[in-house]
Ligand binder design. Sequence first.
Ligand SMILES: [Fe+2]
Length: 365
Amino acid sequence: MIETSTNPRFGINSYLEWVEREGLRVAHGLSLDLFEVETADWPRLGAKASAAHFDGSGDYCNMIVIDIPAGGSTLPQQHLYEEAYYILEGRGSTELEFADGSKRSFEWGPRSFFGIPLNAKYRHFNASGTQRALMVETTTLPMIMNIFHNEEFIFNTPSAFQDRIGADKYYVGEGDLYRGRPGNDVWETNFVPDLGSLELVAWEDRGKGSSNIKILLADGIMHVHISEIAPATYKKGHRHDAGTHVLTLTGGGYSLLWDEGSTDFTRVEWKHGVVFPPCEGQFHQHFVTSNHASRYVATGLGNLRYPLTSKKRRQSFATADRKQATSRSIKDGGNQIEYEDQDPRIHQIWLEEMRKHGITPQLTL
Ligand SMILES: [Fe+2]
């Protein structure tokens, strides 16, 4: 005889269930100002924290904002998901301990960026006795938790992963630069002292005066790139998969986001610490309205070394005569809107903003 259950467990999101069990606070939005996200005690970490979930987070990555009080430190951590950290405010250090007993440590300050090698033991220390340290990490925890849905395995596996440690110089702000075709230059390291001053490489496919570099952390699978837009210009509109967590670093301006066929723009103002991952296939465009270059860091899943998906592999390794789909015009089956094809209102909105700010436009169509 076949027995039927009236209460089957289907449609499970193991990551969200874990967040609830942990008592981890959650902030949600299309965009969030990370300086304004409210944090609460997270016993696992021994500090205050909040998960940051976005309409465009995608399936693989999340962000977690961490607030370490003055004179405080986090409890030692170890786990099978990857992390890319960015320091929003404060100064301190991170100590790493590997399975072979060796240790590394580095000191961070505002706009520092670093990775934690997979399954390394680590601990963060706030160096100030009077100021908090505010950091945000992008992690692969949603993907890892949904694959294994086993907390014990993810947080308590002794495997060493010695191959992820990397060169000593990766922990002191040095690295290896791999020059690829335009847009595919990679800086391999585990620690960048200041993302605001990291040297970038020109990549004008996406707009006049743009520059870019990709960062490869701890031989991991996370995507990181830094982009800079020239003063008083703007980039071309484009679209891609969800899950690219765009975090404003420097400069002033705004972004417009809109769904295909929609005539309404959603506008996000640029300010240090604002994050807005565009939704799946949502067009978006970044505009600078100051005389300073504007820079952002984008974090997500899948990089040049480990693309993970055939789609990312195709986009990353398109031949030189066949531009990658992300920078090919939508008229040619790609995902980029050339200046001459964009909605005329887009340029007018920008000109009006420039006039309001008293800035001379450096981009004419
Ligand atoms: Fe984008």
